[in-house]
Design a protein around this ligand. Structure first.
Ligand code: GUN
Ligand code: ZN
Length: 432
């Protein structure tokens, strides 16, 4: 039995904070502790009380740092780790010019294996313990991804991208092979250890109606899998997608017509939406995913969080590497704050930290497993240092509240602020 007691200031969320006054939304303990046993959190709270439950446990003293649940990234492209920060274009040119040639390299399983390991180490170095990733069209990239995740015992979700048109020949599957390969990968990986499969039609532009029909069949046969795609990121994309599906009501209507919208569905970007689309997202429980660093980098537009939430959606937030420009969910919040500022929406720091932990877990339907420090959760934990850089330390001299400290962390913090990441109870920061 491995039993470890982390000591430090602990913060965990119970629901989305309404605002700065909503102290019922979270538990913050100055002299706190998290007791981890066999990969699970078995107790958390006041240090003295938790200590009595495990007098023999090894204590790791992280004082004065802050201990939270590990971060969750709900939309990322693992085969794009070597095209992040590619200059000068908007979505469709960027895909054709940089992304597709790069993803073609994943036909080589050796390359996939190497990139998967590097990718997961980058995630945990940045405090991310769960992510939902698109792999390449090649099944071997999915094997690489889940194989590397299993070796690290990480709770990861992902799937083989399906694309049978408007992509280079060497990146296209067919409706039948996309179905068969996805079904085989679901059988091989879904529910094995901590792995979860996401059925992954890339977006309407790269799937024929025949492939959408096969996707619908996959979704019906594997209703416990997630589904992930892209929606209304860029105006040229919307015009192209809707021209390919002239009978659809609008862009979202394409996915709707194939019965793909439900609460397991994650739709990256969801920026330029009609009222009908917003209402349909809310009515079906499908989840828009905010990708702020990506949306600014590609000049795509501003995600309207308040409008969507007002209609009743539950939104994710994500890095979207490689259009996104940081692996850090702290930096994702930093840019997200600015995107919302431009629309007169003020993201409060407590809401922000809830979002990248419990909130994203709720979006994934996994709030009973990850995203909090509650007893019974899996022991994915991150330790944060708000004095990690000279600029942060200087600002900390004037910080007077937990909310101020969190806002400093999300604004100036990145992987340097990650003291330690624990995955299933084991320390894993590769740089340390
Ligand atoms: N839309 C379809 N594929 C992609 C992708 O790889 N990245 C982004 N940002 N948008 C997409
Ligand atoms: Zn994406």
């Amino acid at each position: 039995m491995t039993e470890t007691l982390l000591r430090g200031r602990t913060l965990t969320f119970h629901h989305r904070p309404e605002g700065v006054e909503d102290s019922a939304a979270y538990t913050y303990v100055e002299d706190g502790a998290v007791l981890m046993r066999n990969g699970m959190i078995v107790a958390s709270g006041n240090y003295d009380q938790v200590r009595t439950q495990a007098p023999g446990a090894e204590v790791v003293d992280h004082r004065p740092h802050l201990i939270t649940a590990g971060f969750i990234d709900t939309h990322v492209h693992f085969p794009q780790v070597q095209v992040i920060a590619s200059w000068g274009s908007q979505l469709l040119d960027w895909l054709n010019g940089y992304v597709f040639p790069e993803e073609a390299r994943f036909i080589d399983p050796v390359h996939g294996d190497e990139m998967a390991g590097r990718f997961l180490d980058l995630l945990t170095d940045h405090g991310t313990t769960t992510a939902v990733a698109f792999c390449s069209v090649h099944s071997a990239s999915v094997d690489a991804y889940f194989g590397a995740a299993a070796a690290r015992n990480m709770r990861m979700i992902g799937g083989k991208v399906m694309m049978d048109r408007n992509a280079p020949e060497n990146l296209r599957d067919t409706p039948q092979s996309g179905f068969d390969d996805s079904a085989a990968l679901i059988g091989k990986w879904h529910g094995k250890g901590r792995a979860g499969y996401a059925i992954s039609p890339r977006f309407a532009i790269t799937s024929t109606p025949e492939q959408m029909e096969m996707t619908a069949a996959l979704v019906q046969q594997h209703s416990d899998c997630h589904i992930q795609t892209h929606l209304s990121e860029n105006r040229d994309e919307i015009a192209f997608a809707t021209s390919l599906y002239p009978d659809a009501h609008d862009y979202l209507g394409i996915y709707e017509d194939y019965g793909l919208l439900n609460d397991k569905m994650l739709l990256g970007h969801a920026i330029h939406l009609s009222n009908r689309e917003v209402d349909t997202l809310a009515a079906t429980g499908a989840h828009p995913v905010f990708c702020p660093t990506s949306n600014l980098f590609l000049g795509s537009g501003l995600f309207d969080d308040a409008r969507l939430r007002g209609a009743g959606t539950t939104n994710g937030i994500a890095s979207d590497i490689g259009a996104g420009t940081s692996y850090s969910m702290l930096q994702t919040l930093n840019e997200g704050y600015k995107v919302l500022q431009l629309q007169n929406q003020s993201l409060h720091a407590l809401q922000a930290f809830d979002w990248i932990t419990r909130g994203n877990a709720q979006v994934l339907g996994l709030a009973d497993k990850i995203g909090t420090l509650d007893a019974g959760s899996e022991a994915d934990v991150v330790v944060l240092d708000a004095r990690a850089t000279p600029a942060m330390a200087l600002r900390m001299e004037r910080v007077e509240s937990l909310a101020d400290e969190l806002f400093l962390l999300q604004t100036l913090g990145d992987d340097r602020a990650i003291v330690k990441t624990y995955v299933a109870g084991e320390p894993c920061k590769s740089a340390q």
